[in-house]
Design a protein around this ligand. Structure first.
Ligand SMILES: Cc1cc2nc3c(=O)[nH]c(=O)nc-3n(C[C@H](O)[C@H](O)[C@H](O)COP(=O)(O)OP(=O)(O)OC[C@H]3O[C@@H](n4cnc5c(N)ncnc54)[C@H](O)[C@@H]3O)c2cc1C
Length: 337
């Protein structure tokens, strides 16, 4: 176990925020993980788990032990004529695993191409994009309780997946380190091309051919055209969730804003947060070295060496203005540390 002290986290978060951790360590196998968890337990040191750091905004020094997850490994857990269950260790890179499945002609996660981060973080907020969500292919995960050091297995029902949500986002389950995730991939997958511009890109770029590879490539192309590359401009993807309001509230808003986009969902009406933010005049807003992305107002950006606290304050201002104009309380998707 190698603990580093007052370690800069600049290289480990896609927002490129330069905050330090009082203690920092990397785990590459389960033995190291147990060693680190025992150490933290003995020292009564709080731990925080980091994967790709693509869904975190650092707003202050992390006065804890940051454990960077690099648990690697991919094995086939079960195989039938129709599906293959693959167990991914949680430190594997999500997008590389998507491409691994696409190359093996195993379908189900191709629409989730190019989402940054680790396999282990994917269930935390039930990652989703282009009409697909992690929960659609999820079989189970194993996790270690960081206080009791007990290993537990969770199936989909136990994870209680929702829109960018699972039990792991809530207080009583925050103390789990997700070690591995098993997904069910289909050998004869049904292609899901209805969402966004996928069909258009398939037509224009691939002569309307359809395969997992074509869909993955189309999604990659669309995402590159719409979202800032975190390698170039610091960001953590969508900063806010799309709010869901009661039908009566949506009706009232439609009378005032006839052009407001909205989509019926199980528990009400979903309104794109990007539209609400744009209506409040934030699209392309820049305050020195941080601001709101000019093409995608859901994305807050760090142009140079911004402070996480400034970006948090900007998010508060956005929340207040949306609430004042539309009486809708935006919820953050990004984890604030
Ligand atoms: C450009 C860009 C585009 C994005 N697009 C999307 C998108 O389309 N859809 C989407 O859903 N998300 C998207 N995201 C958000 C992000 O990529 C996902 O939430 C991703 O799953 C985060 O993975 P990570 O490993 O970087 O997690 P981190 O940022 O490292 O951690 C996020 C949270 O998960 C916890 N965590 C991480 N690993 C573990 C583990 N092994 N066990 C327990 N807890 C853990 C952390 O403690 C933290 O609370 C985007 C982000 C960026 C930068």
């Amino acid at each position: 176990m190698n603990i580093q002290y007052n370690k800069s986290l600049l290289a480990y978060n896609t927002f490129h925020i330069d905050e330090t951790a009082s203690e920092f360590t990397i785990v590459k196998d389960e033995h190291q993980l147990f060693e680190v968890l025992r150490y933290a337990h003995e020292q009564q040191q709080e731990i925080k788990i980091m994967g790709g750091g693509s869904n975190i905004l650092l707003t202050q020094k992390a006065d804890c032990l940051i454990v960077l997850n690099q648990l690697k490994g991919i094995v086939t857990a079960e195989e039938t004529d129709t599906f293959t269950d693959i167990q991914f260790m949680s430190g594997e890179n999500w997008h590389q695993c998507v491409r691994y499945c696409v190359e093996k002609n195993l379908g189900g996660i191709e629409n989730l191409s190019l989402i940054p981060g680790s396999i282990g973080a994917a269930p935390i907020q039930n990652i989703g994009a282009y009409g697909a969500e992690l929960k659609d292919v999820f079989v189970s995960l194993t996790a270690i309780h960081t206080k009791t050091l007990q290993k537990h297995q969770f199936n989909g029902t136990q994870c209680a997946f929702g829109y960018r949500d699972s039990i792991f986002k809530h207080a009583e389950h925050r103390h789990y380190f997700i070690v591995s995730v098993t997904l069910r991939l289909q050998k004869k997958p049904a292609f899901n091309t209805d969402y966004g511009d996928i069909q258009q890109v398939l037509k224009e770029d691939f002569n309307d051919q359809r395969s997992l590879q074509h869909i993955s490539d189309a999604v990659i192309k669309i995402r590159r055209s719409k979202l800032p590359d975190p390698e170039v401009t610091g960001n953590a993807g969508s900063f806010f969730k799309n709010p869901v309001v009661a039908e009566a509230h949506a009706r009232q808003l439609r009378q005032l804003f006839s052009e407001m986009p909205s989509y019926p969902v199980d528990n009400g009406v979903k309104i794109p947060a990007a539209w609400l933010i744009e209506q409040c005049g934030w699209k392309g807003y820049q305050a020195g070295n941080f601001g709101v992305h000019s093409r995608q107002p859901l994305v807050l950006v760090n142009y140079a060496d911004a402070k996480g606290a400034d970006i948090l304050e900007l998010s508060n201002k956005i929340i207040t203005s949306v609430q004042q104009r539309f009486n809708i309380l935006l919820e953050r998707e990004v984890n604030i540390w």
